[in-house]
Design a protein around this ligand. Sequence first.
Ligand SMILES: Cc1cc2nc3c(=O)[nH]c(=O)nc-3n(C[C@H](O)[C@H](O)[C@H](O)COP(=O)(O)O)c2cc1C
Ligand SMILES: *[C@@H]1O[C@H](CO)[C@@H](O)[C@H](O)[C@H]1NC(C)=O
Ligand SMILES: *[C@@H]1O[C@H](CO)[C@@H](O)[C@H](O)[C@H]1NC(C)=O
Ligand SMILES: *[C@@H]1O[C@H](CO)[C@@H](O)[C@H](O)[C@H]1NC(C)=O
Length: 375
Amino acid sequence: MHSSFVSLTLLGSALAARPFLNEPDTGFDEFFSSLAPGELPPLDQLVGLPDFDAAARRHMSTQNYTYYRNGAAGEWSYRNNLEVFNRYVLKPKTMVDVTNIESTLPTTILGHNFSAPFFISPCARGGYGNVDGEKGLVEGAAAGDILYMPAIYASLTIEDIATYKTDDQVTFQQVYLDGNDTATQLIFDRIQKSNSKAIVFTIDSAADGNRHRAARYGVGSADSSYTLITWDLYDHLRTMTDLPIILKGIQTVEDAQAAVEHGVPAIYLSNHGGRQIDGARSAFEVAIEIHQKAPEVFSQLEVYADGGVRYGADVVKMLALGVKAVGLGRPFMYANVYGTEGVTRAIEMLKHEVAIDAANAGIADLHKIDTSVVS
Ligand SMILES: Cc1cc2nc3c(=O)[nH]c(=O)nc-3n(C[C@H](O)[C@H](O)[C@H](O)COP(=O)(O)O)c2cc1C
Ligand SMILES: *[C@@H]1O[C@H](CO)[C@@H](O)[C@H](O)[C@H]1NC(C)=O
Ligand SMILES: *[C@@H]1O[C@H](CO)[C@@H](O)[C@H](O)[C@H]1NC(C)=O
Ligand SMILES: *[C@@H]1O[C@H](CO)[C@@H](O)[C@H](O)[C@H]1NC(C)=O
């Protein structure tokens, strides 16, 4: 496979000179100017995923919102996750029959069927946005038939989350592990018992994240000690469970290749939403590096990625590189302020955007997408 990627385009340098906008101005403030302070806009009047951020910010306490919103240090990585997609352009093809694009949205993730190639990333403390905790995320994922990865530091326990699942709902459980085998075995057993289909081991947080914005409000990292995380540990963990163990937080092509060597079934490219170390590249940039230096990785194991995905076109760009499924964290946490209906609506919006953006880019089949549409 030959890479069609060049690095920064002129468009990129032009955008870099502009001030950062957490959400682009699409008229949200004017449209909802008559709402009372803290009042949530009606769900059916939201038009895209960034609206959920603006809505949640109006409604949540500053402290609670800050926990969701914050990134590490000066938040360059947080901003870069959002902005990086604009540094790569789409090159729409015309005269292509795209009328069946929606039927190509469904995909498999580790062999499980889902209705779309995106999923809900693991995020701690659903209770900050909704008194029912993660209920809306579990139920919304079921309604939208997408994958949800509950976090070990969710507000609800693994067992409580399981009670909200439909009979055949597939979830993957995220974990942080501290090297205590007894504790690890207890967690693995709970995960298996609650019928999760995979374990998502987060490996990008060997130390506490340097979170300035969050520190002001006392809402820092949920995982705060130095942690021993090595390939030896990974090899050992595999002897402790029958479930596949996915590695979340891979950030270099070398680590992706090492994962192949260690027989990892799937890797998850992520800089933790820019929350761990400021300066870390976005998963999109890491996917480009893998595409350029070791494209075979995308067929040797499944590759997932998250960070800054807010539009259908962002998903399309990720898929074009060979990413199998794309995660979103904050957008679904903000949507969960509206509970199950909010999460369900966010999923519907993104499905629609992925389909129309792919179609307008001249993609007939999302499973046959390649890098010729993006550069
Ligand atoms: C509020 C919040 C809590 C998070 N908690 C966890 C966590 O407990 N474990 C984890 O692996 N990642 C966690 N993440 C990172 C997400 O899994 C994901 O990588 C990130 O949110 C993706 O970026 P996005 O929010 O721009 O979509 C958290 C992110 C947020 C926003
Ligand atoms: C997944 O989808 C395929 C193709 O539609 C189908 O053959 C298979 O039975 C489905 N698997 C499950 C577990 O539903
Ligand atoms: C903030 O989060 C806490 C902890 O989950 C919760 O008890 C409280 O109700 C939340 N505040 C608001 C305004 O949502
Ligand atoms: C390891 O975890 C077990 C189970 O939670 C706990 O009882 C034990 O004290 C832990 N050991 C250490 C050294 O922390």
